[in-house]
Design a protein around this ligand. Structure first.
Ligand code: PLP
Length: 394
């Protein structure tokens, strides 16, 4: 008999389990909020990217319901054939105005946005300069383009310049691409310095603002706003699934580029549009963000308080300057044990290991939200302190 052709899967799964890298997926049985029901248990939520608490906001839900009444539930087509509805165009206008850019293209997710934006602009004769810790969706978008990918050290503008200077002459065109807020560490790319270098070498510039939108910049206008680089970065891609609390992706920037992507971007041309309900909710998120900075301000107040208390307790929280708070633990099994004990104490805080973060850099990633009350934060801190002591981390 022939050998089992799927035996490699058993071997790989066994190896993942042995290294503590096998992912156990928990099930959410309630709406997202500072408290969620997970695997039948009501727990305090420190995992979600629901920065502003919009995922279950009554105004957002009402907008989605109204859109369903008017447009129904399914898009029934890709946007370029029969799937573009007036809400999509309204959203593109509104998000471009919110971010202070010329134009924006609305796609199905942030992951899609990176697949959509990079391949039309870069090809086999080109080179992409990429931060070592860039998000997987950036890496895959770069790979899909066929361009040569050259990595520079994390957030190191001098290293980026060295790699650019040495290699750019061998290629037709170059692009520099970076996360704005790094999703696992919560640090910021030195966007001003990177822009200056990219400009000097004539590179196309692109930043992934997934964790910046609704979080950094004036009233949550994102990483480019934070650095005052309006009109300078060629492309800002983002997601509507994090601070915006819905789902979808956006490619914002210069009209010439965004409009070109309407002709070329394959996820736009070959995958169905975002639903009317999602789009209407996203429009309401913009209304909320434009009407007041209250939620963004509360998010930052909560962040400052929680992080300073964690530091006082003696935890290593890395280099984060945003609400993303990594609790650095080292090896994956310890991080998993920590997470399990937190869950037993009524706190949902997931462990992240390789390949989400580099080997030996496993952590609990604590996500702060505007929806956390002071009591929630204090209850969370007490649990972190208890488990931290039990496991001799602090
Ligand atoms: C979450 C994330 C994405 C993907 O966004 P989705 O809308 O969830 O597909 C892309 N880039 C970064 C940096 C992210 O953190």
């Amino acid at each position: 008999m022939a050998e089992d052709k799927l035996a490699f899967i058993d071997q790989d799964v066994a190896s993942l389990k042995e290294q503590g890298l096998f992912i156990n997926i928990r099930t959410i049985q309630s709406a997202q909020g500072s408290w969620v029901t997970v695997d039948g248990k009501r727990v305090l939520n420190f995992c979600a990217n629901n920065y502003l608490g919009l995922a279950n906001d009554p105004r957002m839900k009402e907008a989605a319901r109204r859109a369903i009444d008017q447009y129904g539930v399914g898009p029934a087509a890709v946007r370029s054939i029969a799937g573009t509805i007036s809400l999509h165009l309204e959203f593109e206008r509104r998000i471009a105005a919110f971010k202070g850019v010329e134009d924006a293209l609305y796609v199905q997710s942030g992951f899609c946005a990176n697949q959509a934006a990079i391949p039309p602009l870069m090809g086999k004769e080109d080179v992409i300069f990429s931060d070592r810790l860039n998000h997987a969706s950036i890496i895959d978008g770069c790979r899909l383009s066929g361009a040569k990918i050259l990595v520079y050290e994390h957030c190191d503008a001098a290293d980026a310049e060295r790699v650019i200077k040495e290699n750019l002459p061998n290629f037709r065109r170059g692009m520099l691409i970076t996360d704005g807020v790094f999703s696992m560490d919560g640090d910021l790319a030195p966007l001003d310095k990177l822009y200056e270098i990219a400009e000097r070498y004539g590179l196309i510039t692109m930043v992934d603002d997934a964790h910046g939108e609704g979080v950094v910049g004036k009233g949550g206008r994102g990483i480019v706003d934070h650095f005052g680089l309006h009109g300078k970065f060629d492309i800002e891609m983002g997601t509507l699934s994090k601070a915006f609390g819905v789902v979808g992706g956006v490619i914002a920037g210069k009209h010439k580029i965004v409009d070109y992507l309407r002709q070329k971007a394959r996820p736009f041309l070959f995958s169905s549009a975002v639903t009317a309900a999602d789009t209407a909710a996203c429009l309401t998120a913009i209304d909320i963000l434009e009407s007041s900075t209250e939620l963004v301000d509360r998010l930052w107040e909560n962040t400052r308080y929680f992080k300073s208390e964690l530091k006082k307790l003696g935890f290593d929280i890395g280099n984060s300057v945003t609400p993303i708070t990594p609790l650095m633990l080292g090896e994956a099994p310890l991080a998993k044990e920590f997470s399990r004990k937190m869950f037993d104490s009524g706190v949902f805080a997931m462990a992240l290991g390789f390949p989400t973060v580099p080997k030996g850099k496993a952590r609990i990633r604590v996500m702060i939200s505007a929806s956390h009350s002071k009591d929630d934060l204090d209850q969370g801190l007490a649990a972190f302190a208890k488990v931290g002591r039990e496991l001799k981390v602090i």
